[in-house]
Design a protein around this ligand. Structure first.
Ligand SMILES: CCCCCCCCCC/C=C/CC(=O)SCCNC(=O)CCNC(=O)[C@H](O)C(C)(C)COP(=O)(O)OP(=O)(O)OC[C@H]1O[C@@H](n2cnc3c(N)ncnc32)[C@H](O)[C@@H]1OP(=O)(O)O
Length: 277
């Protein structure tokens, strides 16, 4: 039976209340029989990743690991968008302190998600540009509904996908395809993404998406968990360590980059264009 809880707890009823009071940016459903969790991003309209949403995700991921959840399906409550990527307002005219805090939380969240010992599936129920694509790529398996867009489109916006975003893509579709996609800032249709292996499976609709995500999870739950997670971390450790060992440098790149007047101009124009749509 599924029990809906906001911002996860596997603990007592009173701690459920505490977490629910803290945020409703992330809905968490736990299958109490299997220990599989559905984490649903819930920041309308497009799940743009601001500090608060990242913090809610990070807190949930820490809890999942501590409570030894058996698997996690990441999806969103939005009808059209998985995640619109980083919240552009976090990068538009912030203070240095705010930008630093934001970037640190993005790094924390990515490290937790990418290194999660339990199986992770992205059930991509809508568009997934830039940071949204990063979230999906950080899961082990990706299933997507038809006719939506996914990719690292940063170049198109006059910004640059950080090295660890690029590494994630390279690890999935290979160096040549990733280089082409990153230089061009390609947003792939779901169907194109399936062809190049950026996503693993296409679903017909949200119901089929969740069914396929559970099927994948069932397969993974049949494997010895320690062997499974050891192989996973073996594959991911170089990519993880590359960021872990250079977090400060990475943050400095981010800060130096976004405070350039030209970058701020591009962000302003892009934000205006989005509003005018
Ligand atoms: C050595 C060099 C080192 C470099 C160092 C690093 C440099 C910096 C790295 C920065 C990395 C950034 C990664 C990112 O994730 S950037 C974000 C990129 N995201 C996008 O391009 C997506 C933009 N959004 C869309 O394309 C569409 O919104 C959508 C997701 C396709 C959904 O379309 P839909 O029609 O349903 O919705 P609307 O477009 O009408 O949007 C609804 C409202 O939401 C606002 N919105 C949308 N996206 C964002 C966003 N990412 N941030 C903030 N706000 C967003 C939009 O303006 C609408 O607002 P309104 O209702 O007030 O009009």
């Amino acid at each position: 039976m599924f029990v809906l809880r906001q911002c996860l707890t596997l603990g007592t009823k009173s701690s459920v209340r505490n977490f629910a009071a803290a945020t409703n940016l992330v809905n968490v459903k736990i299958n109490e029989d299997t220990g599989v969790v559905i984490m649903e991003l819930n920041k309308p309209p497009v799940n743009s990743l601001n500090y608060e949403l990242l913090e809610a995700m990070h807190r949930t991921l820490v809890k999942l690991e501590n409570e030894r959840c058996s698997g996690m399906i990441l999806t969103s409550s939005s009808p059209n968008t998985f995640s619109a990527g980083l919240d552009l307002l976090e990068m538009y005219k912030p203070t240095v302190d705010k930008a630093r805090k934001f970037w640190g939380m993005l790094q924390n969240t990515w490290i937790k998600l990418y290194s999660a010992p339990y199986p992770t599936v992205a059930a991509i129920n809508g568009h997934s540009p830039a940071g949204g694509c990063l979230l999906a790529m950080s899961c082990e398996y990706r299933i997507m509904v038809p006719k939506k867009k996914i990719g690292l489109n940063e170049t198109q916006l006059g910004i640059v996908a950080p090295q660890w975003f690029q590494d994630c893509m390279k690890n999935i579709i290979g160096s040549r395809q990733a280089e082409k996609a990153l230089i061009a800032g390609t947003l792939f249709s779901s169907e194109e993404a399936a062809k190049i292996g950026l996503i693993d499976e296409l679903a017909t609709d949200k119901e089929d998406l969740m069914k396929k995500a559970h099927d994948f999870m069932d397969e993974q739950l049949g494997l010895p968990p320690l062997a499974r997670s050891t192989v996973k971390i073996g594959f991911r450790k170089d990519t993880l360590n590359r960021l872990i060992n250079s977090r400060e440098v990475d943050t400095k790149y981010f800060i130096d980059f976004i405070f350039q007047p030209k970058v701020q101009e591009s962000l302003e124009m892009y934000l205006q264009a989005l509003k005018k749509k």
